[in-house]
Design a binder for this molecule. Structure first.
Ligand code: S3P
Length: 173
């Protein structure tokens, strides 16, 4: 299930906990942790929100594709992708060939509760009226599910805990 050397790509919708769990799991498993959005912000010296606003989504997707591939020669890491990463370019195919993709699967209500208070920093949902956000998430999730569901492993978000990755890694030892 998990391939060696360990190269973990965490996938999932905004608010599914990719960065949160990624940091905990990497530290517990003595792996490096990378956050793709943070890498883009740091390298491009702009926030994701500003990139979308000033350069447009297409430019952001180009940067996302470029910085994802920068990890090609790394190993023993956990990378938290952005919510859209697997759904653009040929990123899903690329990640599948590189290592192990793990989908953090959550239902739309859970995701809504996670993102509702911080829509400002998330350009994809920033302009959506809060009363329509659940409907928007349901639709976007449905659109993205064909990509997310290609992941090698799917973990329901409600059941995640500090040792979820440790347990998965034990399966290969
Ligand atoms: C996006 C999700 C964001 C970020 C960008 C686009 C998306 O990442 O990459 O705003 O298309 O779903 P998070 O999932 O970490 O919020």
């Amino acid at each position: 299930m998990i391939q060696l050397p360990v190269k973990i790509f965490l996938l999932g919708f905004m608010g599914s906990g990719k960065s949160h769990w990624g940091q905990i799991w990497a530290s517990k498993s003595h792996l490096k942790f990378y956050d793709l959005d943070a890498t883009i912000e740091h390298s491009f010296k702009m926030t994701i929100a500003d990139i979308f606003e000033k350069e447009g989504e297409e430019k952001f997707r180009e940067l996302e594709r470029y910085y994802l591939r920068k990890i090609e020669n790394e190993k023993n890491f956990v990378l938290a992708c952005g919510g859209g990463t697997p759904c653009f370019s040929d990123n899903m195919t690329w990640m599948t060939a590189q290592g192990t993709t793990i989908y953090l699967k959550a239902d739309p209500e859970t995701l809504l509760n996670q993102v509702i208070l911080e829509t400002e920093k998330r350009p994809v949902i920033k302009k959506i009226n809060p009363s329509e956000l659940l409907f928007f998430i349901q639709g976007k999730l449905q659109e993205r599910e064909p990509f997310y569901s290609q992941a090698a492993v799917t973990l329901p978000v409600e059941q995640l805990h500090d040792d979820s990755l440790v347990e998965l890694l034990q399966l290969i030892k």
